[in-house]
Design a protein. Structure first.
Ligand code: PMP
Ligand code: GLN
Length: 380
């Protein structure tokens, strides 16, 4: 096999889901809901198929979806993206990430990844021949040290990747923190890829600040998002890239040869779904807030102590009060002995060992699943 994938392993999500099945464990590992997305949106998808939207879509995405993506960025964030020249539809955010990195990175270019990171960033950087350079978001608040970030930048640094709201920690970046990173990107003339797939999963009044809205950041920011989390339909795999015209052109050149076009009826359905966002979101957020509160209370009762996350559907739970084991071994023990599957976060780090003292729990699960997990963990 090719050198560029020589050190690749099975992704942690696949590994944990397999172990969960083999051990008949309650699966709070891989991030996806164990319940279905909205009935009305599934009906739209079915109707779109019946209406004959079943052949190849235009490679950059159907006009209707690009228009609706543009509309919501304008409505929610006052951002103006031209659907013709600045928005591209992809097979989920995962393809978007791959495409952006492939479009921008030459062999030997360095890319700053803030760890813990979503695992596909580093894989995509390596596939492009780039060099991932980790900068740690330090526990327990997962904050960046400005000097450490500055030190990691060299003349070869081209891109910085930021994820907000943040998987796996559930952190929602404060504006001052974003401005810190943004000012460094400007000072060193870097592109910034902002992965905002959890943009609508926010609790307790937290507000999403798209990186592209920060002063002077619009031109250098590439925003990636997707419909999977927002509509609780992760298997639909509809994502998008918003970027300036030049970067969009480069991304489209890659995308046309990676997947060419994205599922037509699913794009049609998501386009219609986005027109209903304002009505849909309050119920969506309160559903997940209920799950977060339920599971947080259960974890507190079990004796775990940590700050309640303000975003995403993950909790990064400190384990050192319970065990001397590292995350990977403790995760294995919980799967085998307690029948609860979680993700060991050290898979999301290249440099720091801070992740060894945590486990990531996904609470996008039926209340009964969350209660079953808590019951299995009784007396830890
Ligand atoms: N970025 C982050 C931070 C994620 O958590 C995920 C979802 N697993 C993705 C990107 C990929 O999203 P999609 O399912 O749309 O490919
Ligand atoms: N984003 C989800 C997670 O973080 C899963 C995505 C995947 O399986 N690649 O768990």
């Amino acid at each position: 096999t090719a050198l560029r994938i020589a050190d690749f392993k099975d992704s942690i999500f696949g590994v944990i889901s397999r172990l969960a099945r083999e051990n008949n464990a309650v699966n709070l590992g891989q991030g996806f809901p164990d319940f279905d997305g909205p009935e009305w949106l599934k009906e739209v998808a079915f109707r779109k198929m019946q209406e004959g939207h079943n052949q190849y879509a235009p490679f950059q995405g159907i006009v209707g979806l690009r228009q609706e993506v543009s509309n919501y960025y304008k409505k929610f964030y006052s951002l103006n993206y031209n659907p013709e020249s600045e928005i591209t539809i992809t097979v989920g955010a995962t393809e978007a990430i791959y495409v952006v990195i492939t479009a921008l990175i030459n062999p030997g270019d360095e890319v700053i990844v803030l760890e813990p990171f979503y695992d596909s960033y580093v894989a995509s950087i390596k596939m492009a021949g780039g060099i991932p350079v980790p900068v740690t978001m330090h526990a327990p608040d997962f904050t960046i040290d400005r000097q450490e970030l500055e030190k990691a930048i060299t003349p070869k640094t081209k891109l910085l990747i930021l994820n907000n709201p943040h998987n796996p920690t559930g952190k929602v970046w404060a504006k001052e923190e974003l401005l810190d990173v943004a000012s460094i990107a400007q000072k060193h003339d870097l592109y910034l890829m902002s992965d905002e797939v959890y943009e609508f999963l926010l609790f307790d009044g937290a507000k999403h600040i798209p990186t592209a809205t920060l002063d002077g950041m619009l031109e250098r920011t590439i925003t990636v998002s997707s419909a999977g989390k927002t509509f609780g339909l992760t298997g639909w795999k509809i994502g998008w890239i918003c970027a300036n015209e030049k970067v969009t052109r480069a991304c489209r050149l890659v995308h046309q040869y990676v997947t060419f076009a994205v599922s037509t009826p699913m794009q049609e359905a998501v386009a219609e779904g986005l027109t209903k966002l304002s009505d849909y979101l309050p119920g969506f957020v309160s559903l997940y807030k209920g799950k977060r509160d339920l599971f947080y209370t259960e974890m507190k009762n079990l004796g775990f102590e940590f700050a309640i996350p303000k975003g995403t559907y993950f909790m990064m739970v400190p384990i050192s009060k319970k065990t001397d084991l590292k995350d990977v071994d403790y995760a294995m023990k919980l799967i085998q002995e307690r029948k609860v599957a979680t993700v060991p976060p050290s898979a999301f780090y290249l440099k720091s060992t801070e992740g060894e003292k945590y486990l990531r729990f996904c609470f996008a699960k039926k209340d009964e699943t969350l209660r079953a997990a808590a019951k299995n963990l009784q007396g830890l």
